[in-house]
Design a protein around this ligand. Structure first.
Ligand code: ACO
Length: 271
């Protein structure tokens, strides 16, 4: 199934939803229209049985050149505070939705990734970049601070000195450097990007989906907790997960202990 007549394109193939920013002629910068459409697409895909993993990438040479300076900033500001706040809600809204998405998510960064693009980049559970991709907090270059969460993203993901340098100089870095700084998990040559992402998606597709959702949320939640709060949260989170998946983990134990058909240290049980 294919839908390209819009600011967002997507197709679902073998359990993977390939979602793409689709304004290549505008380097996939995020306009209010795109942001609204992306929320609809996320809604549509989230609980589909045939979707196990969502990959977010961009059509053309960009992943996303950040917020649309004309439609998101200039034109909404001209309409007043209400329009500005609405545009913020719509963009932050789908990023937040993606951060806590039901399915595991991978950012496949195929090209330019600037400013506001760091929001969805951070929202995706994993991020794999092309070595040729370029990342930048370009806000300083046109006279604003890295807002929309972008400052928080770099401080959360990369060391303080690098975050400060990145934010203050506005210099772009390539995919290799982004991997070195841990802004992304890894970088591979663009020609291999889709294959590598598919490989990772397939690994995720083999896992228990209830456990995956519980795990990804846990990693994000515990980051800001004390050890004791995290310990307590994790006990409760697992017990809550059990109510959605009564037999999964018991089957995982059975196949290892009784059947001896796999080793959890080396791979997933058969679902
Ligand atoms: N907002 C609005 N329009 C944009 C944006 C953007 N963020 N990025 C690109 N475009 C438009 C250009 O204006 C141009 O439009 P036109 O064809 O109508 O003239 C078209 O997309 C193509 O852009 P080019 O600059 O010609 O593409 P090129 O491949 O040479 O350069 C690059 C790509 C480096 C990404 C450049 O477009 C750029 O610097 N974009 C802005 C990046 C940026 O700083 N984004 C804002 C971050 S801050 C924030 O998001 C809060």
């Amino acid at each position: 199934m294919m839908s390209t007549a819009d600011t967002v394109a997507f197709d679902v193939v073998d359990g993977i939803a390939w979602v793409r920013f689709n304004r290549p002629e505008k380097r996939n910068c995020m306009s209010p229209t795109l942001n609204r459409r992306m929320m609809e697409v996320l809604d549509e895909l989230e609980f589909r049985e045939d979707v196990g993993v969502l990959v977010l990438s961009g059509e053309g040479t960009a992943w996303s050149a950040g917020m649309d300076l004309k439609e998101y900033f200039r034109e909404t500001e001209e309409k007043g505070l209400g329009a500005t706040r609405q545009a913020q809600r719509e963009s932050y809204g789908w990023w937040r939705r993606l951060r806590w998405y039901q399915k595991p998510t991978i950012a496949m960064v195929n090209g330019w990734c600037f400013g506001g693009g760091y929001g969805p980049l951070y929202s995706c559970d994993l991020a794999i970049a092309a070595e040729e991709a370029k990342f930048g907090l370009s806000e300083i270059n046109w006279g604003i601070l890295p807002g929309g969460g972008a400052t928080k993203v770099v401080v959360d993901l990369i060391p303080m000195r690098d975050a400060m340098y990145h934010a203050m100089t506005g210099e772009a870095i390539d995919g290799k450097k982004a991997a070195e700084w841990r802004l992304v998990n890894e970088a591979v040559p663009l020609a291999q990007l889709k294959d590598r992402v598919t490989e990772i998606a397939k690994v995720l597709l083999e896992k228990n989906p209830v456990a995956l959702k519980a795990t990804k949320d846990a990693v994000r939640r515990v980051k800001e907790m004390t050890y004791d709060n995290a310990e307590d949260f994790l006990v409760r989170a697992q017990e809550a997960a059990n109510s959605f998946d009564n037999n999964g983990r018991k089957e995982g134990i059975r196949q290892f202990i009784d059947e001896k058909s796999y080793k959890p240290g080396l791979g997933a049980y058969k679902r």
